[in-house]
Design a protein around this ligand. Structure first.
Ligand SMILES: [Zn+2]
Length: 284
């Protein structure tokens, strides 16, 4: 069960820094007038649209409701629940987007290739007060552990071919972000390459937990590799439901089980659970 200490762990955010969870692995970070997003996904196509392989464009309504401004978008991999809305956000805001070759391909399909920055492993990048770098990683094996879903590169020739299944994974990244003296690590999918992680003792670990049961000892291994001060679990909401559908955001077995795994990995690492769409700020 979740312990009182795990739930009570405050997020020690510096004054002026705001962190908002957007559901799935999506986050917004704002500081000193600069706003960056990680894996923002607000269109939330339905299970029916997935199964019938519908080409679903970004929802203008959802973008208007959730994405106010953007100075940069960082993308961990190009599955639809991480990348579908990225071109539309770039078009609305003119911001640069950072990620893989697949992301570059996706942006080029939308005529926005010039706004895509193809990142190199561990190379430091900067946007306003944010410093970040991308760490090679891998995707969890969903579907009975048989393989990585929709693996390979996103290689469509036209936006009309962008079914949910066409959003292939591409290169997967962990993302290290430093701002106002606080270090974040974002892992959008539940697997890792230990040898690539050089960022120990991070302050806040944004930990994707979907699919982790197919990754051997995921929690213990990544907690050991990052030695975080606090873990924020992500990607456990039902992303086939609208972001406004609050009933899907209650605790579930998956999240409770995760808390147990964290406690088994290290009794000292507390967990902080965010509410979707509610900004977290300094309490000091
Ligand atoms: Zn994925």
């Amino acid at each position: 069960m979740l312990t009182a200490r795990q739930l009570a762990a405050p997020l020690a955010l510096p004054k002026g820094l705001e962190l908002t969870w957007l559901g799935t692995a999506g986050f917004k970070l704002s500081y000193q007038g600069t706003t960056i997003w990680i894996d923002p996904y607000v269109t939330r196509l339905s299970m029916t649209q997935l199964v019938t392989r519908r080409v679903v464009p970004s929802s203008t309504e959802a973008l208007g409701r959730w994405i106010d401004k953007a100075d940069a978008v960082l993308v961990g991999h190009t599955h639809f629940d991480h990348a579908l809305d990225v071109p539309a956000i770039a078009r609305r805001t003119g911001c640069k987007v950072y990620g893989s070759q697949s992301l570059q391909n996706l942006m080029a399909l939308h005529g926005l290739g010039a706004q895509a920055v193809m990142v190199e492993p561990h190379r430091d990048l900067e946007v306003g007060p944010f410093k970040f770098h991308f760490v090679p990683s891998i995707h969890s094996k969903l579907q009975l552990g048989l393989g990585i879903p929709y693996s390979g590169e996103l290689t469509c020739d036209h936006v009309d071919e962008l079914t949910p299944q066409a959003y292939k994974c591409g290169q997967v990244w962990g993302i290290h972000i430093e701002v106002a003296g606080t270090r974040f690590y974002h892992q959008g999918s539940a697997d890792l390459l230990e040898d690539e992680i050089k960022d120990r003792d991070v302050d806040i670990f944004l930990c994707g937990i979907s699919g982790r049961r197919f990754t051997e000892n995921y929690v213990a291994r990544i907690v050991k590799a990052l030695a975080p001060n606090v873990i924020v679990p992500t990607h456990y909401d039902n992303f086939f439901r609208s972001l406004d559908d609050k009933t899907e955001f209650s605790f579930n077995v998956n999240l409770t089980g995760f808390a147990d795994e964290v406690r088994a990995a290290s009794r000292d690492v507390p967990m902080h659970v965010l509410d979707i769409g509610v900004p977290c700020r300094s309490t000091g």
